[in-house]
Design a binder for this molecule. Structure first.
Ligand SMILES: Cc1ncc(COP(=O)(O)O)c(C=O)c1O
Length: 389
């Protein structure tokens, strides 16, 4: 058996996550699980809201006819109509059920739309630092990644983006609230983006963290502002149901190519092997589409971590959303600093894994008690580096 060269190379490039996983196993053996503080996981540490679990029980108990069989590849028409109603209210874009394709999470939505629009060598802009899976999703479909740096507050840099657009640019992936930085993009920058996005390019607005914001911040509706934006939505984080693989793709009816794009995406959803999004979970999210986990516990952990790190001398701004903190590492070599943290039993992902060296990503999904017990290690780590200067 031989593994494709492309996959072998991609696995090598994605090795940060794998390496952290392996280091985690090793550290747990050496120090005992209770002395390892894992800040690497992007998996919600809370249970789904009770209303979601109640809706699940109800849907299963009802035994609706044909609830477990194949369906139209875009999903149950009633579910899509329900989702479209909420989306139209939120965005003031007149979505109908025809404009919504149920997908296997945001990952399924992004792959589906990229498969539908990319020819080999077409370019997709991502904003650095970015969710590393984007590179693989783009390469899955023959596309070429064009990474454009964000500004010093991790906001999109419009003039850099404008310079990166070429006749081969088919899409830009936007992610606000952002993984890994926690930045939320303002309406002004979205309006500027709207001004530079021209056919055939579209914006893919990847929004799994939209409901997870802090201090009352309400992210502006990308679809209300950017005319050529499609929405990749997921309930993975909002409802803490990442394993259930449920989300959707919404294509605004005002796009000139809306009809053909809808058909292409429905077909792509099928031939990528997803066939259709999980049936039972379509009914569940349609019953309680706006249910969200308790965000206050993430905010409390954000405050605890950012305040403590700042007091120790780290540059650790408070993120406005998602559940990640993205502090600077005290030394420019983030990988070296990650090793210093490992010696304290702390697992973090280096910023290099997201395309931005000199930073690290810390996930707030860590249990609070572990976070509290990790702080002494963070303090020793920075002091050890200061002592070397
Ligand atoms: C920015 C971003 N986009 C997409 C995804 C994929 O989410 P889903 O579980 O909905 O496929 C993730 C998951 O971590 C993410 O962080």
């Amino acid at each position: 058996m031989s593994i494709s060269r492309a996959i072998a190379e991609q696995m090598e490039r994605s090795s940060w996550i794998r390496r952290m996983f392996e280091i985690g196993i090793q550290l747990r053996k050496e120090r005992g699980a209770e002395n390892v503080f894992d800040f690497t996981l992007g998996n919600p540490d809370v249970e789904p809201p009770d209303v979601v679990l109640a809706a699940l029980s109800r849907v299963v108990a009802e035994k609706r006819p044909h609830s477990h069989g194949y369906m139209p590849n875009a999903g149950f028409p009633e579910v899509r109509a329900r989702i479209a109603r909420g989306l139209a209210e939120r965005t003031a874009v007149p979505f109908t059920g025809d404009d919504v394709i149920m997908t296997t999470g945001a990952a399924g939505a992004i792959n589906t739309v990229l498969k539908s629009i990319l020819d080999p060598g077409d370019e997709v802009i991502v904003l650095n630092p970015y969710f590393p899976e984007y590179r693989f999703y783009i390469e899955n479909h023959g596309g070429r990644v064009v990474a454009v740096e964000t500004d010093d507050r991790f906001q999109p840099d419009i003039s850099r983006i404008a310079r990166a657009i070429t006749p081969r640019t088919k899409a830009l992936i936007l992610n606000s609230p952002n993984n890994p930085t926690g930045a939320v993009y303002g309406a002004g920058v979205l309006r500027q983006l709207n001004g530079i996005v021209r056919e055939p390019m579209i914006v893919i607005s990847d929004e799994p963290y939209r409901p997870l914001t802090f201090d009352g911040v309400a992210p502006p509706e990308t679809l209300s502002i950017i005319r050529r934006a499609v929405l990749a939505w997921s309930w993975s984080k909002a409802m803490a149901i990442a394993g259930e693989r449920i989300g959707y793709l919404a294509i605004p009816p005002h796009l000139a190519e809306a009809g053909p794009l809808r058909n292409a995406c429905t077909f792509a959803n099928r031939i990528l092997g997803y066939i259709n999004a999980p049936a039972i979970w379509q009914w569940v999210v349609a019953e309680v589409p706006d249910a969200t986990v308790d965000v206050s516990q993430y905010q409390a952990k954000r405050d605890l971590l950012c305040d403590a790190l700042t007091a120790m001398g780290y540059d650790a701004p408070r993120p406005q959303g998602s559940y990640y903190v993205f502090p600077r590492t005290p030394i420019p070599d983030d990988v070296a600093f990650i090793r210093v943290l490992q010696a304290e039993g702390i697992l973090a992902v280096p910023g290099s894994g997201f395309g931005r060296g000199g930073y690290m990503r810390l996930s707030l999904t860590i249990p609070r008690a572990d976070l509290e017990r990790s702080l002494a290690g963070f303090a020793r780590a920075i002091h050890s580096q200061m002592a070397l200067v």
